[in-house]
Design a protein around this ligand. Structure first.
Ligand code: ATP
Ligand code: MG
Length: 387
């Protein structure tokens, strides 16, 4: 009997096996949430010691393109989601012939290539930075003429945490950076004079129901997210506009699952979309402790065709990322960290603490932003992280 005849409404009930492509921390937090709700979890990740693989019921350890492994996974799982945007689209298409896959390959393909992504944003009425594609050295001069002297060059595909990008001034630096990046297809972006960065996390299910979290205000260091505070400091109109953009994007993609949309707010007041992530996002981790339904809870619900949960935040919240750097002198002083009553520790089970590696995060909930910032400062001090 097929799953459809067993389950005419297509709802996937607790007890079913849910699959996740990728075994990083986002997969781990999805698995924890799914397990809390009574599901079984299978992780697909080539790394035998992945953060999610450690805690899942099943761990299929194979390359993301292995056809037999994909078929085995698709046969076993009642539905499959993904925790990183670079899962090969062809692998998701193969899985989709065997099981429910959400989000689908089409949405991932948009996020996998910055050129496709920015073009899609514009079509959906979402403003982006000025940009130009650079495919070979001959494109550099025209791109700089369009974008301006102050720019950032980024590889069109496979970048994350600020990797695969270079800040440039003028055409000569762009040319050098393009060659340093391996002369692969790139985008050249106008370098925005940033007043702030915000992001919106939102979920959508098959019925078109949407749950949108309040935008978070993000601070990056060395291209990596450092902290998030909610509510973001911006006008109500601005915050609503950011949420409207996320809703338009979900609808334009006919998206099912959780998605994040990152924005730059320029000093001249413009709000410009940077990029999307077709999955829960580091800037949405605060929802684990500040909302009735976290971004991972919504990921489970959307995947299983369930009604979405409540995305409202009571008071204010924040998140501090714990990078491997904080382990430089051995294990952090956990009792000092946990002494902060408004904070919650989340660690990802990574054995080796390398500089810049995301080891965990600390969430903070408080009555207002001032309370959140004060607690984040205390937690940073306990972690010996410069606030
Ligand atoms: P992540 O995976 O962490 O989101 P990423 O590698 O995809 O990172 P981006 O989001 O494109 O990279 O850039 C990382 C950070 O670098 C941004 O959040 C921002 O702080 C800065 N940055 C990137 N592009 C620009 C730009 N055009 N103008 C100004 N700052 C930028
Ligand atoms: Mg980003």
């Amino acid at each position: 009997m097929s799953r459809e005849t067993l389950n005419p409404s297509n709802i996937i009930l607790p007890g079913s096996l849910l699959g996740v492509m990728g075994g990083g921390q986002l997969g781990r937090m999805f698995a924890l949430e799914a397990i809390r709700q009574g599901y079984m979890v299978a992780v697909f990740d080539p790394d035998p010691n992945s953060p999610a693989g450690q805690i899942a019921h099943q761990h299929l350890c194979a390359p993301y393109t292995d056809p037999e492994a994909l078929d085995e996974f698709g046969d076993a799982c009642a539905a499959v989601t993904t925790e990183f945007e670079n899962v090969p689209a062809e692998s998701l298409r193969r899985l989709a012939t065997l099981t429910r896959v959400a989000p689908g390959a089409d949405a991932l393909e948009v996020a996998q290539d910055r050129r496709v992504e920015k073009t899609f944003f514009s079509k959906a009425g979402i403003d982006t930075v000025r940009w130009q594609a650079i495919e070979n050295e001959a494109d550099v001069a025209a791109a700089v003429a369009e974008v301006g002297e102050q720019s950032i060059i980024k590889t069109a595909t496979l970048g994350y945490d600020g990797k695969g990008q270079r800040v440039c001034s003028g055409a000569d630096e762009v040319r050098t950076a393009f060659l340093e990046l391996g002369a692969v297809p790139c985008v050249l972006e106008q370098r925005v004079d940033l007043a702030a960065e915000i992001s919106v996390v939102a979920a959508r299910n098959d019925n078109g129901e949407i749950a949108c979290y309040p935008p978070g205000e993000n601070v990056h260091r060395n291209g990596i997210l450092h902290s998030t505070v909610v509510p973001a400091q911006a006008t109500t109109a601005r915050l609503e506009e950011a949420q409207d953009c996320a809703v338009r994007l979900l609808e334009a993609l006919n998206y099912v699952g959780v998605l994040a949309l990152e924005f730059f707010i320029a000093k001249d007041g413009q709000m410009l979309a940077n990029e999307m992530a077709p999955r829960p996002h580091n800037s949405g981790h605060y929802t684990q402790d500040a909302c009735a339904s976290s971004q991972f809870d919504q990921q489970v619900r959307a995947l299983c065709n369930m009604p979405l949960g409540d995305p409202r935040v009571q008071g204010a919240a924040g998140m501090l990322n714990l990078l491997g750097d904080a382990w430089a002198e051995g294990d952090p002083d956990w009792p000092a960290v946990l002494a902060q009553a408004e904070s919650t520790l989340h660690l990802y089970g990574k054995a080796e603490a390398r500089d810049g590696r995301k080891m965990g995060h600390i969430n903070v909930v408080s009555q207002d932003q001032a309370g959140v910032r004060a607690c984040l400062a205390e937690v940073s001090k306990a972690m010996k992280i410069t606030p």
